[in-house]
Design a protein around this ligand. Structure first.
Ligand code: SAH
Ligand code: SF4
Length: 386
């Protein structure tokens, strides 16, 4: 008796997996390319794949079980330049995907986990805790949904920037979750997005953001693609970083710095450093000087993002004057530094914040993260010195 094949989400199939399936079904190899090109265009129902023979469509309809997300909210901010999509998967888990439109660039910011276990105390996703991993298919879907919406004109509106593209050109792994804590889905989706039969995006146009999971940086490096690495640093001394980014206890700054240096040597890609600027927490002259030292050693560009207010967190962004002083001080030390706008603030668009307005809590957290906010509050400003 033959065992019925387990239904597969077609977006979770790697190129090799799809090739095995096609071969198993006695089909020629070019079917892989045909099926992929439908998936890229957002068509996951084999019955709609009109260039496939009818009997193949029927077999695939039995084998595929597409995990289609439902769009449950769409908030628009920044005069139509930012679109925040809340997607819910069939099991009820919701995640967010943000589309950002610029002249000649359409970037989608995608999630890799429902929630996050790493518990950075300023981050809404971190406060909600970890709920579950996303599959590779669920990660890729977010790009497909955003791309299809752009191509179909569903995201249009009178305020669209005139020369923004009608398709996705860049992908940033900066939504909910820690991409390098979900390596199977992150690595498989990067390959799919870069694959010429997949999304065909340039590796340089793909950015993976991490708080510094060193083993994951090494695995990303092994893909041997010049994917851009963004390191969410937020603190330049171990004492402060242990509190702001609790995974620092496991992978402290020196180890992280070495991993980023190795990544650059292997991929020939400079990393960027992300710094969420929090008033009276990480905006001191000492942190600016230490940040400049690290950025110079890594030859990394620094992006400063003033902290977005997060429910349940008392911290705020620093004043405009303090923000400028911090940025100027780092720049004066010869570092390239950009002050980013907080895109989509009027649509709650900071990391995890749209979801936070629906549901907060219920997930698990890294033990080191519990109580981190209270411990940072208790630090006197001069105690953040090493
Ligand atoms: N876990 C990865 C990927 C998520 S990226 C990482 O942290 O890098 C999410 C980005 O949003 C990170 O750079 C994070 O520092 C930033 N962020 C989180 N909470 C924020 C807040 N309240 N205001 C501004 N930026 C925030
Ligand atoms: Fe997780 Fe990144 Fe938020 Fe930290 S900043 S809790 S790693 S999503």
């Amino acid at each position: 008796m033959s065992v019925p094949a387990t239904p597969i989400d077609p977006y979770s199939l790697t190129t090799e997996g799809l090739a095995v399936l096609v071969e198993e079904l006695g089909q020629p190899g070019y079917r892989v390319e045909q099926i992929r090109s439908w998936l890229v265009r957002g068509v996951d129902d084999p019955q709609e794949m009109t260039d496939l023979p009818k009997d193949l469509r029927a077999i695939l309809a039995e084998r595929f079980a597409p995990a289609r997300p439902e769009l449950i909210d769409h908030r628009v901010a920044d005069d139509g330049h930012t679109h925040k999509l809340l997607l819910r998967f069939p099991d009820g888990e919701a995640i967010e995907t943000v589309l950002m439109l610029y002249p000649r660039r359409a970037t989608v910011c995608i999630s890799t986990q429902a929630g996050c276990a790493l518990g950075c105390p300023f981050c809404a996703t971190g406060q909600a805790g970890f709920r579950r991993q996303l599959t590779a298919g669920e990660v890729i879907r977010q790009v497909v949904v955003a791309d299809a919406a752009l191509r179909s004109g569903a995201i249009a509106g009178e305020h669209l920037p005139t020369d923004s593209p009608d398709h996705i050109t860049n992908v940033v792994y900066m939504g909910m979750g820690e991409p390098l804590a979900n390596l199977p889905a992150t690595l498989a989706s990067v390959l799919w997005l870069h694959d010429p039969d997949g999304f065909n995006l340039s590796a340089r146009g793909i950015t993976v953001s991490t708080v510094g999971l060193v083993p994951g940086i090494k695995r990303l490096q092994e893909l041997d693609l010049p994917v851009t690495l963004a390191v969410s640093l937020h603190a330049a001394t171990d004492e402060l970083r242990d509190e702001l980014v609790p995974i620092n206890v496991t992978h402290p700054l020196a180890e992280l710095e070495q991993a980023v240096r190795d990544y650059r040597a292997a991929t020939n890609r400079r990393a960027s450093i992300e710094w969420c600027l929090i008033g009276e927490v990480n905006d001191s002259d000492l942190q600016a000087d230490r940040l400049a030292d690290i950025a110079k050693r890594l030859r990394a560009h620094v992006n400063v993002i003033p902290m977005n207010p997060t429910p349940g967190v008392r911290w705020k962004e620093p004043s405009g004057a303090r923000t400028r002083a911090f940025v100027d001080r780092v720049r004066a030390r010869g570092v390239e530094i950009t002050l980013r706008d907080t895109r989509g603030r009027d649509a709650d668009a900071a990391c995890g914040q749209l979801l936070a307005s629906y549901t907060l809590g219920g997930g698990s957290r890294l033990p080191a993260a519990v109580g981190a906010a209270e411990r940072v509050d208790a630090l006197a400003p001069d105690e953040t010195a090493p």
